[in-house]
Design a protein around this ligand. Structure first.
Ligand code: 5GP
Ligand code: ZN
Length: 112
């Protein structure tokens, strides 16, 4: 499958890893939008949050366990933001489910 993030999982495209286990990979975003900007993804290809169902949802809890671990390790104790863009209108450019973990600055709400 021609998917950039599957290629990052396989090592075909290099990445700067922040965390890895059997099911989850986290790596630094190429175009950081905050001092800390990490993408946390399932190793299995899931297209977006719209494709989560009973057959694949167990990895979502693993992703959020990883996010909490990374936030502790990077000392994001003032707060951080987790975002997933789902579909074109939300600005999803890579069609492999990913959670942006953003930290190291303040964030506004609501988002643009
Ligand atoms: P989206 O726009 O789909 O929510 O987020 C995709 C993110 O992937 C963007 O923030 C973009 O900078 C990042 N990205 C795209 N290609 C690569 C890549 O090859 N390596 C890394 N590390 N990040 C990438
Ligand atoms: Zn993929």
């Amino acid at each position: 499958m021609d998917c950039i993030f599957c290629k990052i999982v396989s090592g075909e495209i290099p990445s700067k890893k922040a965390y890895e286990d059997e099911n989850v990979l986290a790596f630094y975003d190429l175009e950081p939008q905050a001092p800390v900007h990490i993408l946390v993804i399932p190793k299995e290809h899931i297209t977006s949050a719209a494709e989560i169902d009973e057959s694949n949802s167990s990895v979502i809890s693993k992703i959020f366990e990883a996010i909490a671990k990374i936030a502790k390790e990077l000392d994001l104790k003032d707060g951080f933001r987790v975002v997933t863009n789902c579909g074109d209108a939300a600005g999803q450019t890579v069609k492999h489910l990913h959670y942006h973990l953003l930290g190291g600055r303040d964030f506004t709400w609501p988002p643009g």
